[in-house]
Each structure stands twice: as C-alpha cells, then as structure tokens.
Design a protein around this ligand. Structure first.
Ligand SMILES: NC(=O)c1ccc[n+]([C@@H]2O[C@H](COP(=O)([O-])OP(=O)(O)OC[C@H]3O[C@@H](n4cnc5c(N)ncnc54)[C@H](OP(=O)(O)O)[C@@H]3O)[C@@H](O)[C@H]2O)c1
Length: 257
C-alpha cells in the first residue's frame, strides 16, 4: 500500500459489519479519516473513525450526511458506497410485490445515486475524488430463484457507475465498481439461514446449496478482507488510470470472460 491515502477523507456506507467494516479498517490503517455510516453504531469505533447514523433508504439521509461531513471536514476524497442487501424473498417473479422491488431499489440503487449527487459537487470543486460502488456478481449472472429484484437493482448500479465515470472522469474523478461473489459476512450467513428455514433444511445443507449454485472454482467463500484489499488498491494513486471498470472478486465464479 502506498502512502497516498494518508490524511484523505473517506465515507464508507454500511461500514460497521462485513465487507464495509473490512474496508473501514483497511483505510483507517492507511491513515485515512473514515466516516462510517449504518443504522446502528458498531460496538467499538476505533482509529478515530467518525460514525454517523443514517438509514440510507430514506431520501433525506444523503443530504444530511453530506452536510455533516462537509461541515466538519470541508472535503471528501473517497466514497465507498457499500451498504446494500437483498431485502426480498426468493421464489422468482410471482413472489415479489411492488414493495419488495421498491425496497431493493431504494437501498441498492437510489441510496448510491443520492449520496453521490450530494457529494460530487465538492469533488468537482476539488478536481479530485474516487468513488467505489459495491455491486455483486449476481448482477452479471442473476439467480432468479434467489435474488431477482436485488440483482436487477445492482445491474442498474453497474450501468449508472459507467455513465458517471464517463461524465466526471474529465473533472478528475474516478468511478469504479467492485463485484464480490460470495463473501462470509453477517448478511451472507443470514441469507443462508433464511434459505435453510424456508426450505426446511439445515444451515450446512443451505450453505452447500448456495456454493453449488454459484460454483466457485476456488472452492470457498471470500473473507471480507479479500474484497477490502481490492477497494484499497482502487482508491489509491497506484490505480490512478483505472476508471469506469467493474472488477469481480469472486474466486472465479463468473463463468464468462
Ligand atoms: N456478502 C456477500 O456475499 C456479498 C456478495 C456480493 C455483494 N455483496 C454486497 O456487499 C455489500 C456489503 O454486504 P455485506 O455482506 O458486508 O453486508 P452486511 O454484513 O449485512 O453489512 C451491511 C452493512 O450495511 C448497513 N446497512 C444495511 N442496511 C442499511 C440501511 N438501510 N441504511 C444504512 N446502512 C445500512 C449495515 O448496518 P445496519 O444494519 O446497522 O444498518 C452494515 O453496516 C452490499 O452492497 C452487498 O450487496 C455482498
């Protein structure tokens, strides 16, 4: 890791658990002032991290967050839009109500659009900034039985990210997507428990069913740190020519080139 991140100001949404927490720890260790958001504070906030409570499904959250961050730090160098989840049941199109679709799109797509809109004017003024949007491999390889509305929202996030990279690249701002496959996080463990419960099987059987369905050549789930390592590289100056790209970190699960 180079020293270019020292003293930078970063927002990591959903930074209290799983992948987000691993990103927060990695950036904090590199000397970044990290602002962490989630609905509930983590038990311990370390390394001078600044926690702001926010429910990102609420329209006004992005503006409130931006006001607090810019009021305190006067700048923003890095945004990692990580908060996200599959909020809907499996079972395909007939199991999904309007509300399921709207909830998935609010959290996984609109929250990102709103946060970037609130903070981009400052990045544009600075003539610098890096945005990482956390998507999912399921946006490229949808699993209709499990994640139809979630993966649709993340696919929209992929297209939006490319468009945004095209728009703001000439203003000194890079936008990239990181697409994890299956990662051992509280969200994933909850997902597996839900499958076990709804299919009347054990958690071990549900775990195996997910692994078989996704098909990971490396034969295991990722650790959150393995996603955070890629994010930390992409936000550093080591990656200063990387823009408008979507990187998989999935152990080879995506079957296409
Ligand atoms: N785990 C995987 O296998 C996997 C695979 C592909 C993609 N991803 C993506 O990676 C990202 C992180 O997933 P994860 O597995 O690390 O999730 P996680 O363990 O459930 O952590 C999610 C984080 O987001 C916060 N959050 C959830 N809903 C929120 C809301 N409405 N407003 C504000 N914050 C909210 C949570 O805190 P609170 O609950 O306190 O709000 C928590 O800090 C997500 O975008 C997910 O789609 C994960």
């Amino acid at each position: 890791m180079d020293n270019s991140l020292k003293g930078q100001v970063a927002l990591v949404t959903g930074g209290t658990k799983g992948i987000g927490k691993a990103i927060v720890d990695k950036l904090s260790n590199a000397g970044v002032q990290v602002i962490v958001t989630a609905r509930t504070a983590a038990k311990e906030i370390t390394n001078g991290q600044h926690f702001i409570s926010a429910d990102l499904t609420q329209r006004e959250s992005a503006e409130t967050l931006a006001k607090e961050i810019l009021g305190k730090y006067g700048r923003i160098d890095i945004i990692v839009n990580n908060a996200g989840a599959n909020l809907s049941p499996g079972g395909g199109f007939s199991a999904l109500s309007d509300e399921h679709w709207i909830n998935d799109w609010q959290l996984n797509f609109m929250s990102v659009v709103r946060i970037n809109k609130a903070l981009l004017p400052t990045m544009i003024e600075q003539k610098s900034g890096v945005i990482i949007n956390i998507s999912t491999g399921a946006a490229k390889q949808p699993i209709w039985e499990m994640t139809m509305s979630y993966s649709s929202a993340k696919a929209a996030l992929n297209v939006y990210s490319k468009a945004l990279a095209n728009e703001v690249g000439s203003k000194g701002i890079r936008v990239n997507v990181v697409s994890p496959g299956v990662v051992k996080t509280p969200l994933m463990l909850e997902f597996i428990d839900n499958i076990a419960e709804s299919s009347n099987i054990t958690s071990d059987e549900a775990f195996k069913a997910v692994m078989d369905k996704v098909g990971v050549p490396l034969g295991r789930m990722a650790e959150p740190e393995e996603v955070a390592n890629l994010v930390a590289f992409l936000v550093s100056t080591e990656a200063k020519y990387i823009n408008g790209t979507n990187y998989s970190v999935d152990g080879g699960a995506l079957p296409t080139i």
